[in-house]
Ligand binder design. Sequence first.
Ligand SMILES: Cc1ncc(C[n+]2csc(CCOP(=O)(O)OP(=O)(O)O)c2C)c(N)n1
Length: 326
Amino acid sequence: MATATQNKEALLEQYRMMVLIRVFEERAAQLYTQAHIGGYCHLNIGEEATVVGALTTLQSNDYVFTAYREHGHALALGSDPGAVMAELCGKATGLSKGRGGSMHLFDLEHRLYGGYGIVGGHLPLAIGAALAAQYREEDAIVMCLFGEGATNIGMFHESLNMAKVYRLPVLFFCVNNQYAMGSAPEEDSAVPEMWMKACAYNMPAERIDGMDVFKVREATQRAVDQVRSTGEPFFLEAVTYRFRGHSMADAGRYRTQDEVREWQQRDPIQIFARKLEEEGVLDTGLRREIDSSVEEEVERATQFALESPAPDVADLYKYVYTEESE
Ligand SMILES: Cc1ncc(C[n+]2csc(CCOP(=O)(O)OP(=O)(O)O)c2C)c(N)n1
């Protein structure tokens, strides 16, 4: 039984979290089209199993670094949905005090070390954190998530090399959603499967189904345990699909609607719900109850964001240097 190793509450919480990410992002998309959110906005829709499956394997003292498609990661780590939505809307009550927007969520309390807009730019930061954790002899690991497009960037290769040479406790987690903006791996990568790149750095690596949260959790837990016990890096590639455009501004001409529909048949939330129903963990009534409480939670978060004030103009130069931070 797929559910045998986890208790019912944990499974239902994972289901609730996947639905929360989906509903939150659908609402964010709406707010974007209504001009409440400016700048860029990249959604996790379709990739929820990689978010929840990966992050629920961590200890509370572990570090998480990720790219700009990170609303779901903040929610899964426990950030307040109101503060996340407020950040998307550029409000003073936002997770980064309205300074970062969608791509730069940061939540020290929940160990989310960002949210970065430069492709591959956060990998050296992640290995820096791992070096610090190793130096301080912390029982903590670093999970560093990035898209398959980032594996073509120089910093990716430098970071994997250094992580192996310095034997750093990093789990490199590649979310292969099969497009870097409009480029498929066959067009921009010398090898079609990203896990192969880790072999060049003598790093253990695995490729997994990123649409099934059970499979993501199982493989990630094994990898996390190995990184923690050996103090050495590991590489996972989760194959998934983004159901929406690269960002809110994407005409999607690089793929067919048939392809999108085909992947939507493998919706990670539906796959998970079906399994939970088959194994008696979830039924229609409970599902409806969870789904509607999530809708209410997202509505509260949205109202909080919309009613929050914009940052004060007098504070424009605050938080520019570290000594200004609170
Ligand atoms: C160094 C750099 N080059 C180019 C860009 C423009 N850009 C933004 S997202 C993106 C695609 C990245 O794809 P991937 O890493 O697979 O992540 P995904 O968006 O699919 O989650 C590119 C090229 C950038 N932000 N930074």
